[in-house]
Design a protein around this ligand. Structure first.
Ligand code: ADP
Length: 255
């Protein structure tokens, strides 16, 4: 139970009694647990059919392309791209349930930081023809961490940089070594974030607000998951931004 006490005062301000209240928090905790369990089961159940549809779609695209019908094959490719989005959203929901139940697994290995960033940039550059990702990778460091999970954070930074900069097409990625840490930064020249909202962007479900809500799709989970990954790896994550001029997202990891 959560107890509350409130003094009861008469017109002269003299206390004549105490109002005592109690809220049953066991029920709230139970509801929260049920919600987390539901989210876990729901995202897991959604994942299975989507994975299967995706496999069929890829086979279908190949078959149609072999028959020489480019137009139909491109339509199937579009379906496949939307399925990638769906897989990403389901993956984010699954990650949240993993974080909340403390079941996110980290497979630590040693890897070349700059090379890993380069691989992710190549992957993301293929998904956009409008944006150019410019890289200046100078850390020259080997780090010990979960390469997939670190890649996931970089993907989140880059896809946000692309998503939130519709009118400018340059993105600058840097990596460097500073005071026994490797730092990665992703700078965009897009819409930026107002200074009073900066501290909220790593919160669970926090999303761009107002009239922009429907312009930029998303669940508001990418940066929350990124922050959890970086914190679990013993690192730091932060953002600098100028509303209307762009944002720079950073993380730093011990070498
Ligand atoms: P989503 O992009 O799905 O909303 P994120 O967790 O990735 O969720 O980001 C949370 C919020 O932070 C976004 O809704 C947006 O308001 C803000 N944000 C993130 N990246 C950028 C960026 N590069 N430029 C401007 N705003 C951003």
């Amino acid at each position: 139970y959560n107890f509350t006490y409130k003094p009861l005062k008469n017109a002269e301000g003299v206390t004549y009694g105490i109002l005592h209240g109690a809220i049953d928090v066991t029920k709230l905790v139970q509801l929260q647990k049920q919600k987390d369990e539901f989210l876990g089961v729901a995202s897991h159940e959604l994942k299975t059919p989507v994975t299967s549809i995706k496999a069929y779609t890829q086979v279908l695209e190949k078959l149609i392309r072999n028959e020489g019908d480019e137009k139909k094959a491109n339509m199937v490719r579009k379906m496949d791209q939307q399925l990638n989005r769906l897989t990403g959203l389901i993956g984010d929901l699954l990650d949240v349930t993993k974080i909340q139940s403390g079941r996110m697994v980290f497979n630590q290995t040693q890897f070349d930081f700059d090379l890993a960033i380069e691989e992710v940039i190549d992957e993301i550059q293929h998904t956009t023809s409008k944006h150019h990702i410019n890289a200046d990778l100078q850390s020259k460091a080997l780090i010990y961490a979960d390469k997939e999970r670190i890649g996931q954070v970089i993907i989140n930074f880059l896809s946000n940089a692309i998503k939130y900069s519709t009118d400018s097409h340059h993105i600058d990625v840097k990596s460097y070594l500073k005071d026994e840490e490797v730092v990665l930064s992703v700078r965009d020249y897009g819409i930026g974030i107002s200074s009073d909202l900066l501290h909220l962007v790593f919160d669970q479900f926090y999303r761009v607000g107002g009239h922009l809500l429907h312009t930029y799709p998303g669940l508001g989970l990418g940066l929350y998951i990124s922050a959890e990954i970086i914190k679990s790896e013993g690192g730091r994550i932060w953002v600098e931004s100028d509303e209307g001029a762009g944002s720079t997202f950073y993380f730093a990891l011990k070498v």
